[in-house]
Design a protein around this ligand. Structure first.
Ligand SMILES: [Mn+2]
Length: 508
C-alpha cells in the first residue's frame, strides 16, 4: 500500500536500508545537489544501475571515488534552517514501486487500462476523463474535512518566511534557490475544477516567489482565467503528503481532471482535503507543509535561468509573481525536494512510471505498437524506440506519423521503429538494428512540427524538424530490390532447453 505521509514513507525506507541520514552540516547552495547527483548515479543496494533487468546505459563516474549506494537521503542539518530535507526518495524503481504501492508498474498499467473500456467515448483522452469521472461516484473522490489537519498544526501568517526553509540551489548558474518538489494546487474561477501540478518555484524573498509554468499547463490556464477576471489567482504549494502525490502531480492527465482524484485511485481511497487558512483552496491534510498565497496578474519578474532535466539551462524569462499569505506545517516537518539535470536522477523514474502506466493508452491510440521505450539519454522527448509487428510495406512510417500525432508523444524529436524480435528496452539491440538495417537515404524521414519547448536545438521555440528512422527489415514494396538476408536468431526450443539446463553446465 502507498503511505499516508512522507514521514511514514521515509520511516519504511529507513527500516529497509533504503534511506541514509546525513548529519554533517551541508550548504543548501550546490552542495546538497552535488551529493545527491553522485548518489543518484550510483548502484542501488541490489546492484542495479539504473534499470531493473537491463544492461547499463552508462556506468557510475569513477572520478567520484568510492561509489555511494543509491538511497534516499535525509539531510538533518542544512545550514540556515531547522528543517530536515528529504531527497532522492523516488530515485530507484524499487522506491517508486513502494511509493505507488505496486509490485511493478505493469500491474498499475492494468488498473488504468480497466478505466478505459470500449463503450466509452471515441477520443482517447475523453475515455480517460470519462473513466476518471466515474471514479468520482466511487470511493476515490477527495473528501473535504474541517477537523484539525496534520498540515496545519502550525500556522504562520505574519511570521511566514520562506528563507527559513532548506530550499536549495541546484546548479551554479541558476537564478537562485528553487522549490523543486512542490505540488501546486489551483482552481478554475468559474468551473471550480481543481488541479495539482508540479512546477518549479524560484524564491525571491521571505514572502515572494516567481511562478514558473508553461502555457499548456493546467495551472497556467487557471491563472489566465483568474487574470481575465482581473483577480489574483489563489495558489497553494503543498509539500509531502500521500506518497503517491508527487507522481500524481506529474502524470499527463487530461485537462479538467483533478489529480487528487487520480491520487485517490492510486491510494485505493479518497484523499482527505482540508480548507487552506488564507485562500479559498483545499489541500491534502497529510502534507508536511503548505505555502498559501496569490499569483498577481499585474506583475511579472525575471525567472531563471534554471538547470533543467534536458541537461542544459533553461533561459530566464518573465513570469508572474506569487505573494505568500501563510505557511502552515505539521510539528517537526520534513521538507522534500529534488534535483534535475543529466539522467539518471529522480525524475527519470517518475517518467518511467508514466511510460509504463500509460502504455495501454498509447496502444489504444496506436494499436500497431507492441511496446516502446523512452531511452534515458533522450530525456523524455528527444527519442522514442517503438516496436511493431510489421504487416505491410511502410508500416513503420505509418506508426511514426501516428506517434507524431498522439498527445504529448507528438513532441518526440527522433523515432526509431524496430521489428518484433528486437529488445526495445536495450539501447544496444536497437542501435545494432539501426546500424545494420538502415539505408540512410531510403529509411529516414524528416518532417516539420511542434517540439518540446525545452528543445534548445529547435530553430524556433517549440517548433522544428523531427527524424524518423525505420530500422525494420525492408520489404520489396519499400524499394528493397535484392534479397534481404536472414538475421541470426537461435530457435526458441534450444534457448529454452539451455536455460533450463544452465546450472547443469556449472554456471550459476
Ligand atoms: Mn492537470
Amino acid at each position: 500500500m502507498p503511505y499516508d505521509t512522507l514521514q511514514e514513507f521515509l520511516q519504511v525506507l529507513e527500516s529497509q536500508g533504503e534511506l541514509r541520514r546525513i548529519t554533517t552540516p551541508v550548504d543548501p547552495v550546490l552542495e546538497v545537489a552535488e551529493i545527491t547527483d553522485r548518489v543518484s548515479k550510483s548502484l542501488t543496494r541490489d546492484g542495479q544501475y539504473p534499470a531493473v533487468g537491463k544492461a547499463p546505459f552508462a556506468t557510475p563516474n569513477p572520478q567520484h571515488g568510492t561509489a555511494a549506494v543509491n538511497q534516499a537521503l535525509l539531510f538533518e542539518h542544512v545550514c540556515g534552517s531547522d528543517i530536515p530535507l528529504a531527497i532522492n526518495t523516488f530515485g530507484s524503481f524499487q522506491r517508486v514501486h513502494q511509493a505507488l504501492g505496486c509490485e511493478n508498474l505493469d500491474e498499475l498499467a492494468g488498473r488504468i487500462a480497466e478505466l478505459v473500456r470500449p463503450e466509452m467515448p471515441a477520443r482517447l483522452m475523453d475515455k480517460l476523463k470519462k473513466g476518471l469521472d466515474l471514479l468520482k461516484i466511487g470511493s476515490y473522490a477527495p473528501k473535504i474535512r474541517t477537523s484539525a489537519a496534520l498540515c496545519q498544526q502550525v500556522v504562520l501568517t505574519e511570521q511566514a518566511d520562506l528563507t527559513r526553509l532548506p530550499i536549495i540551489q541546484c546548479w551554479p548558474k541558476d537564478g537562485g534557490k528553487y522549490i523543486t518538489f512542490g505540488q501546486v494546487v489551483t482552481k478554475h474561477p468559474e468551473t471550480g475544477a481543481r488541479n495539482l501540478g508540479m512546477y518549479r518555484v524560484q524564491v525571491l524573498d521571505k514572502k515572494l516567489t516567481a511562478m514558473h509554468w508553461h502555457k499548456h499547463h493546467d495551472g497556467a490556464r487557471h491563472f489566465r482565467a483568474w487574470a481575465s477576471l482581473n483577480m489574483p489567482c489563489p495558489l497553494a504549494i503543498t509539500l509531502g503528503g500521500e506518497s503517491v502525490l508527487p507522481y500524481a502531480a506529474t502524470a499527463p492527465l487530461p485537462a479538467g481532471v483533478d489529480e487528487h482524484l487520480f491520487a485517490g485511485f492510486l491510494m485505493g481511497r479518497g484523499l482527505d482535503l482540508v480548507p487552506c487558512k488564507t485562500i479559498p483552496l483545499e489541500v491534502s491534510a497529510n502534507c508536511e507543509m503548505v505555502i498559501e498565497g496569490f499569483v498577481d496578474p499585474q506583475q511579472t519578474v525575471l525567472e531563471g535561468p534554471f538547470g533543467d532535466h534536458t541537461g542544459f539551462y533553461s533561459l530566464a524569462d518573465q513570469y508572474p509573481v506569487f505573494r505568500v499569505t501563510a505557511i502552515t506545517h505539521r510539528h517537526n516537518p520534513v521538507y522534500p525536494t529534488t534535483i534535475v539535470g543529466k539522467p539518471p536522477q529522480e525524475d527519470f523514474y517518475l517518467g518511467k512510471a508514466t511510460e509504463r502506466i500509460f502504455l495501454p493508452l498509447l496502444k489504444l491510440m496506436i494499436p500497431d505498437i507492441i511496446d516502446y521505450e523512452l531511452p534515458m539519454f533522450g530525456v523524455f522527448h528527444n527519442c522514442a524506440f517503438i516496436k511493431i509487428r510489421k504487416e505491410y510495406p511502410y508500416h513503420a512510417r505509418k506508426v511514426m506519423h501516428a506517434v507524431w500525432g498522439a498527445g504529448q508523444m507528438a513532441w518526440t524529436k527522433m523515432i526509431v521503429v524496430v521489428d518484433e524480435h528486437v529488445d526495445v528496452h536495450s539501447v544496444d539491440d536497437v542501435m545494432f538494428h539501426v546500424a545494420a538495417n538502415v539505408d540512410p537515404r531510403r529509411d529516414t524521414v524528416l518532417v516539420d512540427g511542434p517540439l518540446d519547448i525545452l528543445d534548445h536545438a529547435a530553430p524556433a521555440l517549440g517548433a522544428g524538424s523531427k527524424l524518423g528512422i525505420d530500422a525494420t527489415k525492408k520489404w520489396a514494396g519499400e524499394g528493397q530490390v535484392r534479397e534481404w538476408p536472414e538475421e541470426l536468431l537461435m530457435d526458441d526450443a534450444t534457448v529454452a532447453r539451455v536455460s533450463r539446463r544452465w546450472r547443469e553446465y556449472g554456471f550459476s
